[in-house]
Ligand binder design. Structure first.
Ligand code: AMX
Length: 436
């Protein structure tokens, strides 16, 4: 029945010793070389980051502390009457490396429920923002503003030793995770429901179900979808924009609220987290133009080709690291097949999955023609009535916090220094090449 803080403290102690020894013995081992093309190419493939919480394999996809998505679905604690892992348990897994018991998971749920309420100044700020300010801007502002009561910030200024920083960062991470559904649901109600609806936590419910309730839903299948969604997006190694931004900002010893506020701004980009909004927008336009909710394959093919010809990417397809269909896509597809197999837009998503990869494969410049997670998430949310596409990235943002806040704790426990890679001017690179 050991609690999260004591399990983690033990793990950190043994890892600090193990990793110190590892770096001492192998610190000079080379992992690869850096090519000039990589400097101009978004640093693809440069092995430069540490991420203890998850590992992304180009062909196999993500593993959370060594566990694949199907393994998590099988082994992680679930809600009563639910089949999907509880995201609270994923937080435990990412932090400690162990699959928690149902009782341990419940301890996380209880703590998050107890800390969910928002300070009045955050409520007031959100209620006064213009309704046409993008939900992600509102989300990032609210998260940043919570640093007023950061325990890390207070500890830093009161002279706490560096070796203890992780404990205060963990407290901030827990506080932030507890409050994220409340912030996100308030943004939703303010923009789309004239501010009406409940913001009271039901202490008998888990994190995802409470979030669903505060959004104004009561369908247990929608709550189950939220559990799956919030589990799947929780972590994706640390090279992606939201995770890397959070890490970079936190490496300056900015508190976890400031760091994740910055990460959310990165998540809001169309090539990253905003793609889930773009996918459904693109599908909606296709349905309208082709005059059918589930148009035939040849018409879909024409529409895809037209999109590419007009110079646009096919949203939800391709990936900087993955080289096969994203297993997160597969998990969402399995959910769709189980609960909404006849929904027309779901059937269209299936047709798109048949049509797009061969077309992208034929364009040689594209390294990965397969679907990523964003190709499937929106259609499921829409089926249950969460139709406001502009809001979808906020869900991604709630989930990604689980991984990156766990990582901040670990980076502080391992005392990873401020990130400061070397940069060059093009002229300096040319001079270097000439001198060779
Ligand atoms: N449709 C059309 N063209 C695509 C494409 C797609 N789905 N995916 C890649 N390409 C193009 C790129 O734009 C690039 O063209 P350029 O050389 O003319 O600029 C070329 O193919 C090579 O790109 P790449 O090396 O295969 O991919 P990348 O690592 O540069 O980019 C990604 C990865 C995800 C940004 C890109 O595949 C893309 O824009 N996909 C659509 C948007 C999307 O789904 N994003 C979500 C990703 C997952 C996430 O973070 N949520």
């Amino acid at each position: 029945k050991a609690d999260l803080r004591s399990v983690l403290a033990e793990k950190i102690k043994s890892e600090q010793e193990r990793l110190k020894k590892f770096v001492k013995e192998h610190g000079n081992t080379k992992l690869g070389e850096v090519k000039i093309s990589q400097i101009y190419g978004g640093m693809r493939g440069i092995p430069a980051l540490l991420c203890e919480t998850s590992l992304l394999d180009p062909n196999e996809g993500i593993r959370f502390r060594g566990f694949s998505i199907p393994e998590c679905q099988k082994q992680m604690p679930k809600a009563e009457c639910g089949d999907e892992p509880l995201p609270e348990g994923i937080f435990w897994l990412l932090l400690t490396g162990n699959i928690p018991t149902a009782e341990q998971t419940k301890m996380v749920t209880d703590e998050w429920n107890a800390k969910a309420a928002l300070p009045d100044y955050v409520k007031k700020m959100l209620d006064n923002l213009p309704k046409d300010l993008h939900p992600m801007s509102q989300f990032s502002m609210a998260v940043t503003s919570l640093n007023k009561d950061s325990k890390f910030l207070k500890a830093y200024h009161s002279g706490v030793k560096r070796a203890e920083f992780w404990k205060y960062s963990l407290e901030d991470g827990i506080t932030l995770l507890a409050k994220l559904p409340n912030i996100a649901a308030r943004i939703y109600r303010n923009i789309y429901r004239d501010g009406k609806g409940c913001d009271e936590i039901d202490k008998k419910l888990d994190w995802s179900a409470n979030y669903g309730r505060m959004l104004g839903f009561d369908d247990p299948f929608f709550f189950e979808l939220l559990r799956l969604y919030l589990f799947l997006h929780s972590d994706h190694d640390s090279g992606n924009v939201s995770s890397h931004t959070t890490h970079l900002v936190a490496s300056a010893l900015s508190d976890p609220f400031l760091a994740y506020g910055a990460g959310l701004s990165g998540l809001a980009g169309p090539l990253h987290g905003l793609a889930n909004q773009e996918v459904l927008d693109w599908i909606g336009k296709m349905q309208k133009e082709l005059g059918s909710k589930n148009p035939p394959e040849d018409k879909v093919k024409e529409y895809v080709q037209k999109t590419l010809k007009s110079g646009h990417v096919i949203p939800g397809y391709g990936h900087a690291v993955l080289r096969k269909t994203d297993p997160r896509y597969m998990a969402l597809q399995a959910f769709g097949e189980r609960y909404l197999p006849k929904y027309e837009t779901y059937l269209l998503v299936k047709t798109i999955y048949k049509v797009v990869p061969p077309i992208l494969k034929s364009m040689q410049k594209i390294k990965n023609p397969w679907a990523n997670v964003d190709a499937h998430s929106g259609v499921l949310l829409r089926y249950y009535g969460l139709k406001e596409m502009e809001y979808y990235t906020v869900l991604f943002g709630i989930s990604r916090a689980i991984g990156v806040l766990s990582s901040i704790t670990w980076h502080r426990a391992l005392q990873i220094p401020i990130e400061r890679p070397k940069s060059f001017t093009s002229d300096a690179l040319m001079k270097f090449v000439k001198g060779k």
